[in-house]
Design a protein around this ligand. Structure first.
Ligand code: HEC
Length: 250
């Protein structure tokens, strides 16, 4: 008997739930938003670290980024993780940002995107010496003049060896004059910026790095962005997405 009663109770509960679903069809708006996202710009989400979280200066903070675009996701390796760029910028006073989201200012410049979309980062790091000189070291070695832009563009195009050591850089015949110009300009102007570090990929660890001695309100802004390769861009469609989180330092 008691089993029968509880069956009735359960079926009533299920009935009530069904009624709730009919009255509040929360699935429908979410579904139509999903459809918009499918033809919209890439959706970028920094899932870790959490926005507003606090981390010790100089510690390593693990990050994870998920990008979805046109039904494909980095989670299932349908979009290459190497097209995902994370910019970590030191900010001496986070309270100065109050009310204005920092995102618009942080769109990656053309030269940086060309670097990310080419094979450069297989050999070069932005700041650390790898098999090839870092972009910051290259910026420190040459004056920022039109002659340097010409010289380095040419070396990237035809390849180079013997300038920094024994290792050689392959040629890049696929890059246009404009792309080479943007790339070299970016290296000379921005690669040595001590406040900003770049990471490539959906997973890794950023360092809570302060320029000078961090003050109480200092923190970092992480901007993850994904730009669809130009072949995937239909005319007139935005093909860039980004997400921003702010970290406090302690
Ligand atoms: C296979 C490894 C490799 C790849 C890929 C690569 N480089 Fe290099 N790059 C090197 C090495 C090694 C050197 C140092 C060459 C030398 O000593 O002459 C170098 C040197 C340079 C220099 C300095 C040249 C000079 O004369 O001082 C620039 C600028 C540069 N690379 C930019 C790029 C860019 C931009 C890309 C991507 C489009 C790229 N590299 C891809 C290995 C690479």
């Amino acid at each position: 008997m008691s089993a029968g009663r509880s069956f009735v109770a359960v079926s009533r509960a299920v009935g009530a739930l069904a009624l709730l679903v009919v009255l509040f069809p929360c699935g429908a708006p979410a579904g139509s938003a999903g459809a918009q996202v499918a033809d919209g710009p890439p959706v970028v989400k920094i899932t870790a670290p959490r926005n507003g979280s606090t981390h010790a200066w100089n510690s390593l903070v693990n990050y994870h980024i998920v990008v979805s675009y046109r039904g494909k996701s980095t989670q299932y390796q349908e979009l290459p993780a190497s097209d995902v760029l994370l910019q970590a910028a030191y900010v001496p006073d986070l309270s100065a940002l109050a009310g204005k989201p920092p995102s618009a200012a942080s769109a990656p410049p053309a030269g940086l995107l060309d670097i990310t979309n080419s094979n450069c980062l297989g050999c070069h790091d932005f700041k650390a010496k790898a098999m090839a000189p870092s972009f910051a070291a290259i910026a420190a070695r040459y004056p920022d003049t039109p002659a340097t832009i010409g010289l380095l563009s040419q070396r990237i195009r035809i390849g180079s060896t013997g300038v920094w050591g024994e290792d050689s850089m392959p040629s890049h015949p696929d890059l246009t004059d404009n792309q080479l110009h943007d790339i070299v300009l970016w290296i000379l102007k921005d690669a040595a910026n001590r406040d900003v570090t770049y990471y490539v990929g959906t997973d890794g660890a950023i360092r809570m790095q302060a320029t000078g001695t961090p003050v109480r309100r200092a923190g970092m802004i992480l901007t993850a962005s994904y730009t669809a390769p130009s072949t995937a861009i239909a005319q007139g469609q935005a093909a860039r997405g980004e997400d921003v989180v702010i970290l406090r330092g302690k």
